[in-house]
Design a protein around this ligand. Structure first.
Ligand code: SAM
Ligand code: SF4
Length: 348
């Protein structure tokens, strides 16, 4: 994998360091940490991971105790929510221990995002007992042939639908579903996917395809804008704004005018960037902190974690990294450079 050259990390102003909050130079505060616990995945989604992807050696990945330690330090700096992601987090053999470790050392909300192919009721019950609060499941197609083409896996939509049922049965609610529509691949499925919201009484969210694919094949023409997806759904179901979106939310959400259960959400980072309200920081599976999905600079934690740094040293490091967070992603700028690392490595 292409490595990003490390640069010296500039220090945040003393007053910012003293405040013990992760605040960037544009006035935003980090409240939400996304931790990728593995770069491995059993899918190879066309918009994310190439079939010949090379994973990091195990000794380059954060250990469960390092992940738990980072969660505690982040909470001390004001983080309220941790989302466990990947790669595919359910492949991690110590997922339950990681959740339990975060739960026993923090009071943060613990959420997880998964491709939903490996969800059994007993595994979900164990994760819930350990402290998992909420789950988001990705599903890009309800058609078996299409699903295989998008995910390049042997899993089926029925596996994921069973995973959705299992989450609901275990009370891991409110449940959200995510889909990425790619032009010419699954862009005719907006209505069928919206029907999942009505069938399960959950939020079905459509995320615009972002230039974060490991093939670097993204092109604006392949991205289906949120407005187009919404218009397609409205051909079948009238939508009304829920009016419930909070300031840091990435999605604009709508309910069905006919009173059916469920909602649909649109996440439009490309056509209507929401960087101004961003409260997120990302920790990669191999121990880099990234201020933004689109960062072309990332900051290595392993030297600190593995050479005896104190919690105060790591706090200072996180505060300094946050101070470097850029105001926005510039996808629409002619000089935009796609980051070397794909979504699966960054932790979506
Ligand atoms: N494997 C899990 C899953 O698929 O839900 C968690 C990791 S995945 C990287 C997290 C989310 O990122 C998924 O909802 C996926 O659809 C989304 N994603 C991946 N690549 C993307 C891209 N290029 N543009 C937009 N969303 C993307
Ligand atoms: Fe795996 Fe999730 Fe990326 Fe698909 S989107 S390849 S399931 S990490």
């Amino acid at each position: 994998m292409e490595r990003i050259p490390q640069q010296p990390l500039p220090a945040a102003p003393d007053a910012v360091r003293a405040g013990r909050r992760m605040i960037d130079s544009h006035g935003r505060t980090i409240l939400d940490l996304r931790i990728s616990i593995t770069d491995r995945c059993n899918f190879r989604c066309v918009y994310c991971m190439e079939p010949d992807v090379r994973f990091q050696p195990a000794d380059r990945l954060l250990t469960p105790s390092e992940i738990v330690r980072m969660a505690g330090i982040a909470e001390g700096l004001g983080v309220r929510k941790i989302r466990i992601t990947g790669g595919e987090p359910t492949l991690h053999p110590e997922l339950e221990a990681i959740i339990a470790g975060i739960r026993s050392t923090t009071r943060v909300e613990i959420a997880m995002i998964t491709n939903g192919s490996l969800l059994t009721r007993s595994a979900l019950a164990g994760w819930k007992r350990a402290g998992l609060g909420r789950v988001t499941i990705s599903i890009d197609s309800v058609r078996a042939d299409r699903f295989a083409r998008v995910t390049r896996s042997t899993a089926t939509p029925d596996d994921v639908l069973a995973g959705i049922d299992a989450c609901l049965a275990e009370g891991l609610t409110p449940l959200k579903l995510n889909a990425v529509l790619v032009r010419g691949v699954n862009d005719d499925e907006a209505v069928d996917l919206a029907k999942l919201a009505r069938r399960f009484g959950v939020e079905m969210r459509f995320i615009e395809y972002m230039p974060l694919d490991s093939a670097h094949a993204w092109d604006r023409t392949l991205m289906v804008p949120a407005a187009e997806t919404r218009a397609a759904i409205e051909q079948k179901f009238a939508l009304l704004p829920t009016g419930a979106d909070d300031a840091h939310s990435t999605a604009r959400t709508y309910r069905f005018a006919d009173g059916a259960p469920g909602t649909v959400g649109f996440i439009a980072p490309v056509s209507s960037p929401f960087c101004g309200a961003c409260s997120r920081l990302r920790l990669t599976a191999d121990g880099f902190v990234r201020p933004c999905l689109f960062s072309t600079t990332e900051w290595g934690l392993l030297p600190l974690l593995r050479n005896g740094a104190s919690d105060a040293d790591i706090e200072r490091f996180l505060i300094d990294v946050t101070w470097t967070k850029l105001s926005g992603h510039q996808i629409s700028s002619p000089t935009f450079t796609q980051p070397a690392r794909p979504m699966s490595a960054v932790g979506g």
